[in-house]
Design a protein around this ligand. Structure first.
Ligand SMILES: [Zn+2]
Length: 496
């Protein structure tokens, strides 16, 4: 456990620090949002979280969740009070062991006022006790806690934490996690990272999961239900744990035929992106009716619908590519979404080429030719799409097209060095589209602002194809590469 035990001596030292005459007037409330231009109320100001320890109990019959969250953080300003993002009913909050007052505000803010103000740079342990029925809670008119016949799933983007743990809900504040969940015997609890224990007592089984690498809040996941769990190790040595709902029905075979290839696909992607960044890999397929998949860190969420047309390794490649592009290196703000989706889509193109179902060049030419200049597709700027178009098809397809254009401009040697170098350069951190452009210029030695403007920031169709090919044909004359349907089957992803 990462719980910090504060020795009496250091408590005295902390009190002395507090006694230093810092006038109360310098202590101000932390901002209710972290400053994201798309989602001003998401995340919070004034502190930085390093670890979440969640100890939960869940009853699938009633959807009742109760728990204690222990949050380790450090203040980044002189704080008189601070916010967490959360929707369930809170019974008690303690800050460094002392009861704090709290109230809810806005759509999803839990406002905490500690008994004594917190000077900047203070290590803070916040304990929140809570309970509630997550499926009955909504914010902005929606809920992303998805009930299933045998339990529930928390997996959504950009928001899913509010329904199951209090957090600083923004990808720029990553932290490690211990998630321990008690469920009735016969039900399983699936989460991120490594399963460190599962033990039964008095009719309840407690599952304990550890994510020992920094993880964005939207990449934390929890699934409760009746699952079959499989484990293996990839040839490259990555431990794999997958879970399948026992009630997948007709989709069961195709889901397993796809997701059981996780180890092989992680190893294949490592050839492009470098060593797999986490201590475990895998996915889970709950019995949901939602249609999307999500790159929840180390344990990808798949909807059974992804496999309704048969096995689909393309979607598995997409979500696993995010483990490097999105999870290991996370966006700074939500407007940087192209780094996530463009590269995950491009990985599907590379897989298509590997499978002999269409080269990246053929896919790029097809995307370019199949959208005429007056198609609204071209009005979306993948480099800054706006909150409403954050998960628009253009972020994926035009986003991948931009990557093929970059490859064409800088050549294969620089391009593949870039693909592998980016996760290494920003390992476990955050980076923006501007950071990516700078890095691409550094690796290739070429000025790229005009190329980035054309493919990522102009609201119109670029004058010539990404690959430099001559495409005189009309869209109707262009035949989609064989992989096209499988790639597009992953479009129904994200959002709520
Ligand atoms: Zn994606």
């Amino acid at each position: 456990m990462h719980r910090r035990i504060i020795a009496p001596g250091s408590l005295a030292a902390a009190s002395l620090l507090l006694a230093v005459p810092a006038s109360a007037a310098t202590f101000t409330p932390g901002a209710p949002g972290i400053g994201d231009p798309y989602y001003p109320a998401y995340g919070n100001g004034g502190y930085d979280v390093s670890h979440y320890d969640l100890r939960l109990q869940y009853q699938p019959k009633t959807d009742e969740l109760e728990g204690t969250a222990t949050i380790l953080a450090k203040t980044t300003q002189d704080l008189s009070r601070f916010d967490l993002d959360f929707l369930l009913d809170v019974s008690e909050v303690r800050v460094n062991g002392v009861k704090a007052t709290f109230t809810s505000s806005g759509e999803h803010e839990l406002v905490v006022t500690p008994k004594a103000p917190l000077p900047t740079g203070t290590s803070v342990t916040v304990v929140v006790r809570y309970s509630g029925v997550p499926s009955t809670k909504s914010a902005y008119g929606f809920t992303t806690w998805h009930r299933t016949p045998d339990g529930a799933v928390a997996a959504d983007e950009p928001e899913s934490a509010w329904w199951w743990f209090p957090s600083n809900d923004h990808p720029s504040d990553k932290a490690t996690y211990d998630v321990s969940v008690a469920v009735p015997d016969g039900t399983q609890a699936i989460s991120n990272g490594t399963l460190t224990s599962a033990s039964s007592k008095l009719g309840w089984t407690r599952y304990t999961w550890r994510q020992d690498k920094p993880q964005a809040t939207y990449l934390a996941t929890l699934a409760l239900g009746r699952f079959d769990i499989t484990t293996s190790t990839s040839e490259g040595g990555v431990p794999v744990l997958n879970a399948y709902s026992k009630d997948l029905g007709a989709n069961d075979g195709a889901a397993r035929a796809s997701v059981e290839r996780t180890g092989e696909l992680v190893d294949w992607l490592s050839g492009y992106f470098g060593p797999y960044p986490f201590s475990s890999a895998g996915g889970y397929v709950p019995n949901t009716t939602t249609g999307y998949a999500l790159e929840t860190q180390t344990r990808v969420y798949y909807s059974p619908k992804q496999f309704a047309q048969g096995s689909n390794t393309s979607v598995v490649v997409h979500e696993l590519a995010h483990q490097w592009y999105g999870d290991d290196v996370s966006l700074k703000d939500w407007k940087d979404i192209w780094i996530n989706e463009g590269f995950a889509r491009y990985a599907q193109w590379l897989w298509s080429e590997h499978e002999g179902e269409g080269t990246t060049r053929e896919l790029a030419d097809y995307v370019y030719a199949s959208h005429p200049a007056d198609d609204p597709f071209w009005t979306v700027k993948p480099g800054d799409p706006g909150a409403d178009a954050q998960f628009d098809l253009a972020v994926y397809d035009r986003g991948a097209l931009a990557i093929e254009a970059l490859r064409h401009a800088i050549g294969d040697d620089a391009f593949f060095a870039l693909l592998k170098g980016w996760p290494k350069t920003h390992a476990y951190g955050n980076a923006s589209v501007a950071d990516f452009q700078r890095y691409a210029e550094e690796v290739s030695g070429k000025p790229l602002s005009s190329l980035f403007d054309t493919w990522l920031f102009e609201p119109s169709k670029p004058a010539s194809p990404a690959t430099g090919a001559s495409l005189a044909r009309s869209a109707a004359q262009v035949t989609p590469p064989k992989s096209w349907k499988k790639i597009e089957a992953t479009n129904d992803i994200h959002g709520h």
